[in-house]
Design a protein. Structure first.
Lengths: 441, 418
């Protein structure tokens, strides 16, 4: 007997697009909610443009690999919400749903006539999560974000890089991933509160604002100690402290050395390992792993203060050794001896070479009607009684329109046909896709 | 009115048995209204010894990192290596909704405090183990740190520099302890899913969260690029990893700070027309108002000129904050690259009531703390108290709630149980 899912019988109206919103609803789906993605091909952002379509396939609305991974466990209703009829249908859907979630800019839903008050009239205990760039209140609510902009404005970008160089920042939209997490967290917190109290609410999430609490210790260092982050030796690259600069904590754990990335054999682009010794005992174990070379037994490296003082020399010596080993080999040797070390892993490394992720079945293949069988990312948690899973491939656009309109909302086949004919379910100017013709039979 | 409403998690009791890996999750729960009881070893949890410290005076009660990540919690001390300590923990577990723990896999079982045992007296209990690699697998017992997770999780492989900016640069791990944040976000999500399920089923459950997997999930399209196209992405300064080079997005402003200006990939006639208007409002449009730029082919051919000359010169002529606001007011998704302390003066955050005064009564001071990611309009987020002092609530909880006498409390303290 299949085990129940945590969010069994929870229905989500998902207006989200691009990345942060869809990453939120991906998890609601994995946990068992019925996630209904409202889409419209003329104003679609998430499927296209696609830079992740397999080389042998045509780039179209149904072939983005990144969309496929981001939108597992959802159904798709194609609907022109900007039409009178479309709005009526979406209201009927909201009336039988638990959560409404969207990541438009701050006034879009209100302009459609779907502000929180109206949502409440339709479904009094609705949990409404808005995931806008700057939130629905505050003077800059009309500003817009993508991940990199939220990261820049909030201070996250600044905390990444080498000193005296431009910020390295984050090499992707970290705040689309993390903004998505907050979207899902808000939705479940609101749902829990509703289940306990019977009260719904509007939860006003902001991608920019949600980035700020991730800089907590740096912010307190300023608000309490008046020490700002524009200072010598900050950010300290991968180190805890940059040599030759004032000795202060840089918000990445204890101030220790070694604490760095080192090249490994054979020295290709991602052949790097990180090694950290938190206490002298760990350093002594690393000395043994390195074969107790003479330099490493010198008194000046025996204490954390000495290793910080001679960090440049220390790192040069360690790298001369690390270059003789492959990154996985180095990891195994260090960890077997109780030394903190792990390889820098590319996406290929994680999918193909990481023994832990393989053992934990992090990437399992799922069959998609347009893309074929590909690995999808699984949940990083196991719930003993209600496991999360990827049980549905990402939907083709409008794939579940008939199922939702007829089976869930009770419209007739005639009404479905009429809606396709008048441009409610698909633009009349666009050729219908083959599965749409089938649903009209 | 909302000032007086309880938070969405009011009424929940959480026991937190964590180090630096899990305390953010406890904060997320506590700030939303849960009664989070932090269980520390006698003398305090080791992360109290990590700086920076208040006025740079090292002291377990002055760690700003500890302060930040432990708001809205009460604190007790308990030595779980003693039978008395375990017995008291068991009694607390019997009345708790959630236990969050970050001990090494197997330790809870060796203490006789595993889920099966705790669940016997409290079937509604949710026990979440948040560990570096989860409870199973070949790396289960590996040691880790924030930097190690950023390496193995894939963050570092995506962050760094263009060769032209920093030759031979290493992959870079962004700072700030974000591996712990990633793990805590997923742990929070899993706990909330279990709590929602419990409102329906009445049953608790056990949750095994892996920080490594949480980090491995947090590199946007990197996995899809590999799975669907076999691509391994390259690192670029201040912008997205990519299979091949993309135009820069980070420009130096007049004040020496930077602006994140998304231009490349958006260069169509409409965007260029609006860009020309923005630049022209400062007399910096150069030749961009020339009607030839309404032709896509001309735009594409001149993209390096538009980005590297016109946009770069425009930004170089103004302070970063001015570029940010002028561009956003005209609909450009651009932003200033700010140091965190600049946020303290952000009017938008003030409008949202973001900054909170937190009373440190033992110091006779109050300090400004960051506030909420999201405004819960029906059940507000709040910092209910500063981080607990070591054993601050021992009497309140052991005597007030478990019914121990003051005499018994003294005995427990003398025998290093608390």
């Amino acid at each position: 007997m299949p085990r129940p899912r945590a969010l069994e019988n929870v229905r989500v109206v998902d207006f989200s697009w691009v990345r942060a919103g869809p990453w939120a609803t991906r998890w609601l789906g994995a946990l068992g909610a019925e996630v209904i993605k409202i889409e419209w091909p003329e104003s679609e952002r998430g499927r296209l443009p696609s830079t992740t379509t397999p080389q042998h396939l045509e780039v179209n609305l149904n072939t983005s690999g990144n969309f496929a991974d981001t939108n597992v466990n959802k159904k798709s209703l194609s609907l022109n919400v900007r039409s009178v009829k479309g709005l009526e249908i979406v209201k009927r859907l909201i009336a039988v749903s638990d959560i409404v979630i969207e990541n438009f800019s701050s006034r879009v839903l209100r302009n459609w006539g779907l502000d929180y008050d109206e949502l409440c009239r339709i479904k009094p205990d609705i949990v409404y999560v808005s995931m806008s760039g700057y939130g629905h209140t505050g003077r800059n609510h009309h500003y817009t974000t993508f991940g990199p902009v939220a990261q820049a404005v909030s201070g996250l970008t600044y905390l990444s890089g080498l000193p005296d160089t431009p910020p390295a920042g984050w090499g992707w939209s970290y705040m689309d991933d993390t903004g998505g997490m907050y979207g899902a967290m808000c939705a479940l917190t609101g749902l829990y509160h509703r289940n306990v109290t019977g009260q719904g609410q509007h939860i006003d999430l902001s991608q920019m604002v949600s980035s700020v609490p991730l800089n907590g210790p740096a912010l307190l260092d300023y608000s309490v100690n008046r020490r700002g982050s524009r200072r010598a030796g900050f950010p300290p690259g991968n180190r805890a402290h940059w040599p030759g600069t004032p000795l202060v904590n840089n918000y990445r754990g204890p101030t220790v050395a070694p604490h760095n990335a080192y090249r490994t054999h054979p020295g290709e682009y991602n052949d790097w390992c990180v090694i950290v010794c938190h206490v002298d005992e760990e350093w002594q174990r690393l000395v043994q792993v390195m074969g107790a070379p003479l330099w490493a037994t010198l008194e000046k490296f025996a204490t954390v203060a000495g290793r910080l003082r001679h960090q440049e020399e220390l790192d040069r010596h360690i790298e001369a050794w690390s270059m003789t080993l492959g990154k996985y080999q180095l990891t195994e040797r260090c960890q077997a001896a109780g030394v903190r070390a792990l390889p820098v892993q590319s996406a290929e490394d994680r999918v193909e070479h990481d023994p832990q992720l393989r053992y934990r079945q992090m990437y399992l293949a799922i069959e998609h009607p347009a893309l074929g069988s590909h690995k999808a990312q699984n949940a990083p948690f196991e719930l003993s009684e209600t496991p999360a899973s990827n049980h549905l491939p990402a939907p083709l656009i409008g794939q579940h329109t008939r199922e939702i309109v007829e089976d869930l909302l009770g419209y007739s086949r005639e009404e479905l046909r009429a809606g396709f004919a008048d441009g409610t379910f698909w633009p009349t100017t666009r050729a219908r896709l083959s599965y749409m013709e089938e649903m009209l039979q | 009115m909302s000032e007086t409403l309880p938070g969405p998690l009011a009424g929940l009791r959480v026991l937190e048995l964590v180090d630096e890996k899990g305390r953010f999750c406890g904060k997320l729960l506590g700030d939303l209204g849960a009664d989070v009881v932090k269980v520390e070893p006698p003398g305090g949890e080791p992360s109290r010894h990590v700086g920076p410290f208040f006025d740079d005076i090292p002291d377990p009660e002055r760690s700003l990192s500890f302060w930040y990540y432990n708001t809205s919690k009460r604190g007790i001390t308990l030595n779980l290596e003693t039978a008395d300590g375990r017995e008291l923990f068991g009694r607390l577990a019997a009345t708790s909704d959630v236990i969050l723990e970050t001990l090494r896999p197997g330790v809870l079982t060796s203490l006789g405090l595993d889920y099966a045992t705790l669940c016997e007296q409290n079937p509604r209990l949710i026990l979440c183990s948040l560990t570096p690699f989860g409870q199973t697998g070949p790396w289960r017992d590996f040691l880790s740190s924030d930097l190690l997770h950023m390496a193995a999780g894939g963050e570092m492989a995506s962050c760094g520099y263009d060769e032209a900016d920093v030759p031979n640069a290493p992959p870079i791990a962004p700072g700030g302890g974000n591996a712990w944040h990633m793990g805590c976000h997923y742990a929070y999500l899993a706990i909330m899913a279990a709590l929602v399920h419990r409102t329906v089923s009445g049953q608790g459950q056990y949750i095994d969260v892996s920080i490594h997997e949480a980090c491995a999930l947090t590199t946007e399209s990197a996995i899809a690029n590999y799975v669907y196209r076999g691509e391994v992405l390259r690192r670029q300064t201040g912008r997205h990893h990519a299979a091949g080079p993309t135009p820069r997005t980070q420009f130096r402003a007049k004040d020496g700070t930077y602006v994140c200006a998304l231009v490349g990939g958006r260069l169509n006639p409409r965007f260029v027309k609006e860009l020309a208007e923005l630049l022209d409002s400062y007399g910096m449009a150069g030749d961009l108002k020339d009607p030839k730029y309404q032709d896509q082919a001309v735009i594409t051919a001149n993209a390096p000129h538009i980005i590297n000359d016109l946009v770069a010169n425009f930004i170089a002529s103004l302070p970063a904050e001015e570029v940010y606001h002028a561009a956003q007011e005209r609909g450009f998704t651009w932003g200033a690259v700010r140091a965190p302390e600049a946020l303290l003066d952000d009017p938008h955050l003030h409008d949202r009531g973001f900054w909170k005064q937190v009373e440190h009564e033992e110091l006779g001071r109050s300090f400004v703390y960051p506030g909420e990611a999201a405004i819960y309009n029906g059940s507000p987020w709040r910092i209910s108290r500063r981080a607990p002092l070591i054993g601050e609530h021992n009497a309140e909880i052991f005597c007030g709630e478990l019914g121990l006498s003051r005499g018994e409390l003294s005995v427990l303290a003398e025998s290093r149980v608390i």
